[in-house]
Design a protein around this ligand. Structure first.
Ligand code: ADP
Length: 550
């Protein structure tokens, strides 16, 4: 057989010609902008020419500081195809973290949305490698001047690409193992760590996701997962493989505009974290919206509450597909599609749907117990999940500046060619993963482990509960006990005693929390996950009003 390299440029060429009529729709304050994939291909070529003109001639990094929109997708296609490396910066990181990540990656050109330009102008003085800033949309004179002070050139995206040729001889001499893009983990401890994807890993991951979800050209996918988080779950490239149109929400991420997008654009599927879909669920419950076009919403990034999965199906006819992965795994490593033999709607069916899913073809997974031995994948033994495969990272990115201790820490994440995920759970013989916790969130109470996720799911099944987060807090007698922080629906008068009673019979008696706090909002990380670190420190600082129940 021939060994054609698996390059992003072949995905670009295929998607923008074979699926030329598919479209990327970008939401704006008043309506939507539309670009066909054919036109996107032409503009990607123009962007590549323009970037060559700015000195991107090899595998330099090109950064983005953008929402999900057509121009961001264009960068996802053009930058790797020309042989450079795309580094999508997470706009929600704290400034110090952003500066660390941007410097560590070393972008020379950064494309910035106009609505984020002011924020970027405050980072730029700390980013000496950035030579050019390309602005997507108009910005005020003061912001432009602030940027110009710290860069060789500040350009307007549309003007920069205008007049450039609409085709590009995408280099064919690239190796499929060359870097195509990079993302950083949000780094709950220490510095964020860089993961470098290759053309090959992105290509295979896109095919894996597209086939596992059965995406076709008829699909119209609402991509709420940011293009700057965990490789956007592969959607920019799966879209080229399948021809599915993409609906890009830009900065309009609240439930109301998202539901308007679903109705107006006849969205058939979507991708986002549980908090996004949970908000959407409550919005749909209260506002009649035509979501009949929507067949599925993929959810991942943290555990999807089973009650939410069922509520979407029961009340809105939408199939939630739960997936698991991490920045290091491109990210999709498993998807919860129940086996065909299981009767839809049965208890067994819902158990499969709530699991983290079946490991995808191409990924291998095993469990390692506390003493370092592999434990059986029998649906019972619990261990840390380790994975390997063609879209699992084999190392973290080093630019040669890290101290020895950090290099050691990065190397320690690998175990004889397997990536240690830090996630704890069970694997069934037929490859379904059921996570019980993150290694650092497990609550160790009197020598037994309590899964914070199981408790959260049980509490969130209460009809008056909007969100709940459980963390372990120090306890004199038991070492650690769970603290439940709960957000109630606005007009609810449920008491913590009633919540506690609700849990009796749903979780083991000894796991029911005695400490409860009613809060206005669960603190979230930059990518919308429950920020348990913040809850723990608020508790330690005595900032939570804790009630005792039971
Ligand atoms: P970060 O480490 O920055 O949060 P990632 O988004 O890469 O970045 O996070 C990966 C982690 O998110 C996984 O290791 C796991 O703990 C958690 N996670 C992802 N998907 C799920 C899921 N479906 N259920 C439970 N946890 C999940």
């Amino acid at each position: 057989m021939q060994t054609a390299p698996l390059l992003i440029s072949s995905l670009l060429r295929f998607g923008t010609t074979m699926h030329g009529d598919s479209e990327v729709v970008t939401w704006t304050g008043d309506g939507a902008r539309r670009t066909s994939y054919r036109e996107l291909g032409r503009q990607a070529a123009q962007l590549a020419h323009a970037l060559r003109g700015l000195g991107i001639t090899g595998d330099q990094r090109v950064g983005t500081f953008m929402w999900n929109n057509a121009e961001h997708l264009m960068a996802y296609l053009a930058v790797p195809s020309m042989g450079a490396v795309l580094h999508a910066l997470n706009i929600r990181l704290f400034p110090e973290q952003l500066v660390y990540v941007a410097r560590h990656g070393g972008s020379q050109v950064v494309i910035v949305d106009n609505t984020l330009a002011e924020a970027f102008s405050r980072l730029l003085p700390h980013l000496p490698d950035v030579r050019h800033v390309v602005l997507n949309g108009a910005v005020d004179d003061a912001t432009r001047a602030a940027l110009a002070e710290h860069a060789e050139g500040v350009h307007d995206f549309a003007e920069l690409i205008e007049g450039e040729p609409t085709s590009f001889d995408w280099p064919e001499g690239l190796s499929e193992d060359d870097a195509s893009s990079m993302c950083y983990t949000s780094g709950t401890t220490g510095h964020p760590k860089g993961v470098v994807y290759s053309h090959r890993s992105n290509y295979l991951h896109a095919m894996g996701v597209a086939s596992s979800l059965g995406i076709t050209q008829a699909d119209r996918f609402l991509i709420v997962v940011p293009l700057f988080h965990a490789n956007a779950w592969g959607y920019p490239y799966s879209a080229m493989v399948t021809g599915a149109s993409l609906i890009m929400p830009d900065r309009f991420l609240q439930a109301e505009p998202l539901s308007a997008m679903i109705a107006a654009e006849r969205v058939t599927g979507g991708a986002g974290v549980p908090t996004i879909w949970n908000d959407l669920l409550h919005h749909l419950d209260g506002h009649e919206t035509d979501v009949s076009s929507c067949r599925m919403l993929m959810v991942g990034g943290s555990a999807a509450p089973p009650a939410m999965i069922r509520a979407f199906a029961d009340r809105h006819g939408i199939d939630i597909i739960h997936g698991w992965g991490m920045t290091e795994t491109s990210p999709v490593a498993s998807l919860a599609v129940p086996p065909a033999r299981v009767e839809p709607g049965s208890e067994e069916y819902w158990r499969y749907k709530s699991s983290q899913g079946r490991i995808l073809c191409g990924v291998e997974a095993r469990l390692v117990g506390p003493d370092g031995d592999v434990v059986p994948s029998d649906g019972e033994a619990v261990g840390e999940v380790e994975v390997r495969g063609p879209w699992i990272t084999g190392a973290y990115y080093s630019n040669g500046t890290e101290p020895e201790a950090e290099l050691d820490e990065m190397a320690a994440k690998f175990d004889d060619g397997w990536l240690r995920t830090g996630d704890v759970g069970r694997l069934s013989a037929d490859g379904y993963l059921e996570l019980t916790d993150r290694a650092k969130d497990v609550i160790k109470s009197g020598g037994e482990w309590i899964s914070s996720v199981d408790l959260e799911n049980a509490i969130m099944a209460h009809p008056d509960v909007l969100e709940a987060s459980v963390v372990g807090v120090p306890d004199e007698r038991w070492g650690e006990r769970p603290l439940a922080s709960v957000v109630l629906k606005p007009d609810s008068d449920v008491t913590v005693e009633q919540l506690r009673e609700f849990l009796e019979g749903r979780v083991a008696h000894w796991q029911v929390p005695e400490r409860w706090a009613l809060i206005d909002e669960v603190p979230k990380t930059s990518v919308g996950k429950f920020d348990k670190k913040v809850l723990r420190s608020r508790y330690a600082a005595g900032e939570l009003e804790v009630q005792n129940a039971g």
